[in-house]
Write a new protein. Structure first.
Lengths: 220, 481
């Protein structure tokens, strides 16, 4: 008898006393039908909309040591990114994926390369699915458009999303992720740059992942 | 590193820990602010207690339907191209993992932080079998170098002070110049970052734990601040998730409830930096990510807890709030507990996993102040369950003889109220002879108490009962006279 069979048999024997099998199956099916619907209480702070949501998103990003700026449209992104790199004394180079919004831009002022992360990546750029105002969290989907390693190997990680993609809370974030296509290998929720307080109990940024995170909000 | 439990020597461990001045100083430094951070984060969310109720209810629901959820989850993992392996015991889990590593031709395995890996003693086993495990979480990295075990479930190197970090890096990074500057904390962090960055690209297999397993989507979730777990799983050819079977949550919305509780309870953050939902291997068109995805589902005694006095413990989401708030943990540190899980959650879980004969000492390490239950995001009745263990330990005659005799004598007297009252009033009078206000030195067994603090002397005016109902006491005395 396999371990699987033994473990499940043991669980069934114990659970049967409380609830018969048919009832358990129905209980699970009913709960899973609620996927995508609100079942638990949520903080009032996760319900802000419009300008309030935008203000909270930015406030929360800054609270977790990320920086944020606006660009009027995607076409202004290469220039804005070049300026950010200069201001941070970084080389005029960035690594990104094949995201449609990004590859169609004119990157001639920068050394823009495409593909997964390499061992040294001073700057990487990702296109987020959306951002949740509740905690300043952005959601990224892995795939050719956004290689997952760019999120963790970039020393400075740039993330771009549209203003209309800023949602109130985690519930709306999941709704967008579910709508964004087939389930990717990873969905990465990122809330600020990497950190650790393991050494001497003092919080330091840039543990293994990015030392800095900058979010561009595309207004149009 | 995992070692045989030293929980039976808990008393000796405690004596040694408390005599270790640098450790005591480090514990104070490391835990300063931990309670205030949690209180601040929880206090900032008016709905926090409602979220705790929801968290408790959702985990109870999962536990009551666990067999169906595990099958649902397994199906979803399989649909996404992953493999689920079931392990009843630690030995079985280790063998499954070694087998996957061998098939992948792995010489090196990178590891994200996983308490289950400590529980099953994975590192020693892999090493004995020619596979080199590399811990990549900073805290786990330093304790692997120092050949130690974690002393806290979310801050495994809480007991290591800064000079010890420097010493370990000089000793274990011999390829770097011996006279390099390691003064600033940032130098230490940069050195670790550099060492590990190279290793991420070398390992064939990446092992992570899981904070949750989502039945709806077949995803495993890790919640981290460093990014090491993500580099470990994304750069290796094979990703192995090592998780215990109670980690299931039904849907992404349920995961949100747990996430809203977890970081606030653990570190006082609103959200940890990286919350990663992984399923299956890299998709056909993906430029990165692992080519294989395996989940090892570990039981190791947990299913025996279902339907027992200890079922509620399976709600635990491993935030560490109970130990951060425990006066005993704060005084003795995590290593004194002698096995993987310290603090109040460890005092309940350890006897369930390694047996009351080995772990029965731990539930006694409590003042029953109740702070652990007060802050537990899953509302686990930790003190009640520690009492259950104490009862079992007493029933099985595992507690020390002196204690059992004392308890027996007390129980005998307590069943004879008249005699008990006379005894209490005699004892109060005797104590009053030793001092007024407070007693500096007690004789006999009381010496241990007064070695470190004064004993309050009984007040004048008789025992509590005599003062509360002087007439009755007078009548009883009169009647007896």
């Amino acid at each position: 008898m396999s371990s699987r069979v033994r473990i499940l048999a043991n669980l069934r024997r114990r659970l049967e006393e409380g609830r018969p099998a048919a009832e358990r199956a129905e209980g699970v099916a009913a709960r899973l039908r609620l996927a995508g619907a609100q079942t638990a209480p949520r903080p009032a702070a996760s319900r802000l909309e419009g300008a309030e949501a935008l203000a909270r998103f930015e406030e929360k990003l800054r609270a977790v040591d990320a920086s944020v700026s606006h660009v009027p449209g995607f076409s202004s992104l290469p220039q804005a990114l070049a300026e950010e790199l200069r201001a941070r004394n970084l080389p005029a180079a960035v690594r990104m994926g094949e995201d449609f919004d990004l590859v169609s831009l004119d990157w001639s002022g920068l050394e823009a390369t495409r593909g997964p992360g390499r061992i040294e990546e001073p700057a990487t750029l990702s296109r987020a699915v959306c951002g949740a105002a509740e905690t300043g969290t952005v959601a990224l989907r892995s795939g050719p458009a956004n290689p997952v390693t760019l999120t963790f190997l970039g020393e400075t990680h740039f993330i771009v999303l549209r203003r209309s993609e800023i949602v109130p809370g985690l519930e709306e974030l999941w709704a967008r992720v579910r709508r964004s296509g087939a389930q990717p290998r990873t969905v990465n929720l990122v809330t600020g740059p990497s950190r650790s307080a393991d050494i001497g109990g003092v919080l330091q940024l840039g543990a293994h992942g990015p030392v800095a995170v900058h979010v561009f909000i595309v207004d149009a | 590193m995992t070692h045989a439990p030293t929980t039976p020597n808990f008393r000796q461990n405690v004596r040694e820990a408390m005599a270790d001045a640098p450790l005591m100083e480090q514990m104070t430094t490391a835990l300063t602010g931990s309670m205030a951070r949690r209180a601040g984060a929880a206090g900032a969310v008016p709905e926090f207690d409602a979220l705790r109720d929801a968290g408790r209810d959702l985990k109870n629901h999962v536990l009551e339907h666990l067999d169906v959820y595990l099958e649902t989850y397994e199906q979803a993992v399989t649909d996404a191209g992953g493999h689920v392996h079931w392990a009843e015991t630690a030995e079985e889990a280790r063998a499954i993992i070694l087998d996957i590593c061998r098939k992948a031709g792995a010489k090196t395995v990178n590891k994200g932080k996983s308490m289950i890996s400590e529980e099953i003693g994975l590192n020693d086993y892999l090493e004995e079998n020619g596979v080199k495990p590399v811990e990549t979480d900073l805290g786990e990295y330093i304790i692997q170098l120092r050949k130690e075990t974690p002393s806290h479930i979310i801050a495994p190197a809480m007991h290591v002070n800064v000079p010890q970090w420097r010493e370990a890096f000089r000793k274990f990074h011999p390829h770097l110049p011996q006279d390099r500057d390691l003064e600033g904390l940032d130098k230490l962090l940069l050195e670790a970052r550099g060492e590990l960055r190279r290793k991420y690209f070398e390992a064939e297999v990446g092992i992570t734990g899981a904070n949750m397993l989502i039945a709806e989507t077949g995803q495993s979730v890790i919640v981290t601040n460093e990014g090491n777990g993500d580099l470990s799983q994304s750069l290796a050819k094979v990703h192995i998730v090592l998780a215990s079977l109670e980690k299931i949550v039904p849907t992404l919305e349920d995961a949100s409830t747990v996430l809203r509780l977890l970081a606030r309870s653990a570190t006082g953050q609103e959200m940890s930096v990286y919350t990663t939902f992984s399923s299956g291997p890299r998709r056909a068109e993906d430029p990165d990510g692992p080519e294989e995805y395996h989940v090892v589902l570990l039981d190791n005694g947990r299913s025996e807890m279902l339907g027992s006095d200890f079922q509620d413990m399976l709600r635990c989401i491993r935030c560490g709030a109970c130990m951060n708030h425990c006066p005993v943990y704060r005084a003795v540190g995590g290593h004194a507990y002698g096995w993987v899980y310290p603090g109040p959650m460890g005092a309940v879980l350890t006897p369930a996993l390694i047996g009351v004969t080995q772990g029965g000492n731990l539930p006694n390490a409590s003042t029953f102040c109740g702070r652990c239950e007060e802050v537990c995001p899953m509302r686990i009745p930790l003190p009640k369950m520690m009492r259950h263990w104490r009862e079992r330990e007493f029933e099985r005659k595992l507690s020390p003889k002196g204690m059992r005799r004392g308890m027996g004598a007390w129980a005998w007297a307590a069943r004879r109220p008249g005699l008990y009252r006379i005894g209490a009033s005699l004892a109060a009078r005797a104590l009053r002879l030793l001092g007024a206000g407070s007693i500096r030195r007690l004789p006999l067994a009381g010496r241990a108490w007064t070695q470190t603090r004064d004993f309050p002397a009984p007040q004048k005016g008789g025992t509590f009962l005599a003062q509360w109902n002087p007439d009755a006491e007078g009548r009883r005395k009169g009647g007896a006279a």
